[in-house]
Design a protein around this ligand. Structure first.
Ligand SMILES: C[S@@+](CC[C@H](N)C(=O)[O-])C[C@H]1O[C@@H](n2cnc3c(N)ncnc32)[C@H](O)[C@@H]1O
Length: 223
């Protein structure tokens, strides 16, 4: 398990506490549509932290070519439709570049500056000149609790939220799907617009725009 993170519940768990069965049973929620609208038809995509392929499959169905990367062999074993690579994001160095490097799921909010730099270096290394990096980030207020969010697929409860020095937040997320429950303790760091711009610049990337009004989806390009 990663420092400050952990999880419990049925089936295998990843080092960040994500439950394989939970993601296997969660459908895409419009992410593919959002991403597809920003790229050319038939784009090459490197998806970092792909999980069980929840978003990979819809992107493939839309005609893109996706290379799916995750550090969890249990997660990527669920993806049979395209090339997968089992690697930590920070260590990945392919001899290929992509139209789009996609890193969703708030991985950019890892509570460790050195690790975040490694993640961004991997994004920068794999995006072609003129290509895009899309990040999904946490924004202030997202982790307010206690709170319960229910949609047609699952119930998610946010509890035990702690605001910690250095813009860090810890929280417990409890998911219930089809009578099964998983709990994940997360530790995240909110990034101000300036923080993110500075860290992107360190790896030769520049934020170009936000894809959503809530500022959670950020696009950057090589300078
Ligand atoms: C919350 S899950 C989300 C999966 C997928 N992006 C989705 O939205 O369905 C996060 C995934 O990122 C992977 N992950 C987290 N940190 C990683 C790292 N540093 N290197 C590789 N994979 C990582 C985990 O193993 C897990 O499968």
């Amino acid at each position: 398990m990663r420092v400050g993170q952990g999880g419990n519940g049925p089936g295998p768990l990843t080092p960040d506490g994500s439950a394989v069965e939970l993601y296997e049973n969660t459908r895409v929620h419009g992410e593919d549509e959002l991403i597809d609208a920003t790229i050319d038809p038939g784009s090459s995509i490197l998806e970092l932290g792909c999980g069980t392929g929840r978003v990979t499959r819809p992107l493939l169905a839309r005609g893109h070519q996706v290379v799916a990367v995750d550090e969890s062999p249990d997660m990527i074993a669920r993806i049979t439709e395209t090339e997968t690579i089992c690697s930590t994001i920070g260590d990945l160095r392919l001899d290929r570049q992509f139209d789009l490097v996609l890193m969703m799921s708030f991985l950019i909010n890892v509570a460790d500056d050195a690790e975040r730099l490694r993640l961004l270096q991997t994004c920068a290394h794999h995006v072609r000149p003129g290509g895009s990096v899309i990040l999904q980030q946490q924004t202030p207020g997202m982790l307010r609790g206690p709170a319960v969010m229910v949609n047609e697929q699952r119930r998610m409860e946010i509890s035990d939220v702690e605001e910690l020095p250095g813009n860090l937040q810890a929280a417990t997320l409890t998911y219930t799907v089809d009578g099964k429950s998983w709990s994940q303790r997360i530790l995240t760091q909110n990034l101000s617009e300036d923080d993110l711009a500075t860290q992107l610049a360190q790896v030769g990337l520049k934020r170009t725009d936000y894809l959503t009004p809530d500022l959670t989806w950020v696009r950057a390009q090589p300078v």
